[in-house]
Design a protein around this ligand. Structure first.
Ligand SMILES: *Cc1c(COP(=O)(O)O)cnc(C)c1O
Length: 433
């Protein structure tokens, strides 16, 4: 039976699109390894890992087995007053991986919710530490992205994000200039001496003046994702951590995009050798199978929250700790724990650097940058997404540009030949117009 694209077009929203004039969608009927299969049988090499999530590829035998085995026991059960092996197994594995000051896990149902919970934790912590605490604002960075729900939107870039549209209802927070863009060589060489410490002045000044109002600084460590695929200096993060300590402000690291090896470290905060007070993970957590995220915090934060009037953390989604999601995430983390991702990501990084280098200098290309398994072409102008998308499909690859960015973050299991097809397609599209 053929897919009813007309029905889709008439009735189903897709991400960030108009219902009246939607961008075309491509019907996918199956996915295996690094390939998506279209309805017409065409296979596309996947350069997106379905938005950073499918790091082990599609239809993975171990992940499939984990879901199937769990399904035969129970698909779901409420988490209020109940626990189950799936959740415990997952949280044990997670805590063994994250920075070791993080000891408590809240299982959330999506990345945006994990960010909401992180913000709630920070606010409730200060209320617990001091009655009538005035620490109710956050600091965020320009070009930051933290999700689409309201508290998360309020810490997204205030100009490029959705602030304009929702200004009257969004909480008002403080924003700092986006950290300066760093080339991949600065990060890879881990040589910090090119960092200009004056970059910290805006944060230093804001904290000095307003720290009694500020609960937390929230950042995407090292890689700002949807706000521009920007890589910044580890020393910035290191200095931000020190300033947060000095002024009694919590640090929230949103590792939803960067976690589980994508940047070449298990977590991006390791580039700066820092530990956050609160950390969000999502996307790759469940290997791209089922929506799942988590917010982790330190003993100190958890203790503060338990002193607040509510005593408990005031959040509890219906599908919290869904056993199917936890089972597949456990299997995904077991694959991560083998450490194989290190060679895979290092090889992808080398190959992306080599094969995207010729794009530098092509007319219309503003910057080429690579970090871990992320390869970015920043164009001088916004690209025609529908047109490029169609061209990529003709070239046999799935790459989805946005704004002025053409980028790949493939599954870690991608072969060298498949990756070459992605980079060749990128080179082709930028040299065509
Ligand atoms: C994707 C993303 C989110 C939101 O996650 P969802 O699961 O889409 O709600 C939050 N923060 C960062 C850094 C992300 O990349």
């Amino acid at each position: 039976m053929s897919i009813n694209l007309q029905f889709d077009r008439d009735h189903i929203w897709h991400p960030y699109t108009s219902m009246l004039d939607p961008l075309p969608v491509y019907p996918v009927v199956a996915a295996h390894g690094c390939e998506l299969e279209l309805e017409n049988g065409q296979k596309l090499i996947d350069g997106t890992a379905s938005w950073w999530s499918a790091v082990h590829g599609y239809n993975h035998p171990l992940l499939n087995a984990a879901v199937t085995e769990q399904l035969s026991k129970m698909a779901h059960v409420m988490f209020g007053g109940i626990t189950h092996p799936s959740a415990i197994n997952l949280c044990q594995r997670l805590l063994a991986m994250v920075p070791n000051n993080l000891t408590k896990v809240f299982l959330a149902d999506s990345g945006s919710i994990a960010v909401e919970v992180a913000i709630k934790m920070a606010l409730q912590y200060w209320q617990g530490i001091a009655t009538k605490s005035s620490k109710q604002k956050l600091i965020s960075l320009r070009k930051g992205y933290h999700g689409d729900t309201f508290a998360a939107m309020a810490v997204c870039d205030p100009v490029d994000g959705m602030h304009g549209m929702f200004n009257d209802v969004l909480a008002q927070h403080y924003f700092l200039p986006a950290p300066e863009l760093k080339t991949e060589s600065d990060i890879a060489s881990e040589c910090f001496n090119r960092f200009d410490p004056s970059a910290m002045l805006p944060l230093q000044q804001l904290l000095q003046e307003q720290h009694t109002q500020i609960a937390a600084l929230i950042v995407e460590p090292i890689v700002q994702g949807y706000g521009g695929m920007r890589f910044y200096h580890p020393e910035y993060l290191k200095a931000a951590r020190a300033l947060c300590d000095k002024y009694d402000v919590l640090l929230i690291c949103d590792e939803i995009a960067t976690g589980f090896g994508r940047t070449g470290k298990l977590f991006a905060c390791e580039h700066a050798q820092i530990q956050p007070d609160i950390m969000c993970v999502g996307k790759a957590l469940s290997g791209g199978y089922i929506t799942l995220a988590a917010t982790l915090c330190s003993d100190e934060v958890a203790n503060g929250i338990s002193l607040s009037d509510a005593k408990g953390l005031m959040h509890g989604p219906t599908f919290m700790a869904n056993p199917l999601a936890c089972a597949v995430a456990t299997a995904s983390l077991d694959i991560i724990a083998t450490g194989k991702w290190q060679q895979q990501v290092a090889a992808i990084e080398q190959q992306l650097k080599r094969e995207l280098a010729p794009c530098q200098g092509v007319a219309g290309v503003k910057d080429v940058r690579v970090l871990g398994a992320i390869g970015v072409l920043e164009m001088a102008e916004k690209v025609d997404v529908a047109k490029l998308q169609q061209r990529f499909v003709e070239l046999g690859v799935w790459i989805r540009p946005f704004n002025n960015l053409i980028y790949v973050m493939p599954p870690f299991i991608i072969s060298a030949a498949q990756l070459s097809q992605l980079t060749a397609a990128m080179y082709t599209v930028i040299t065509e117009h």
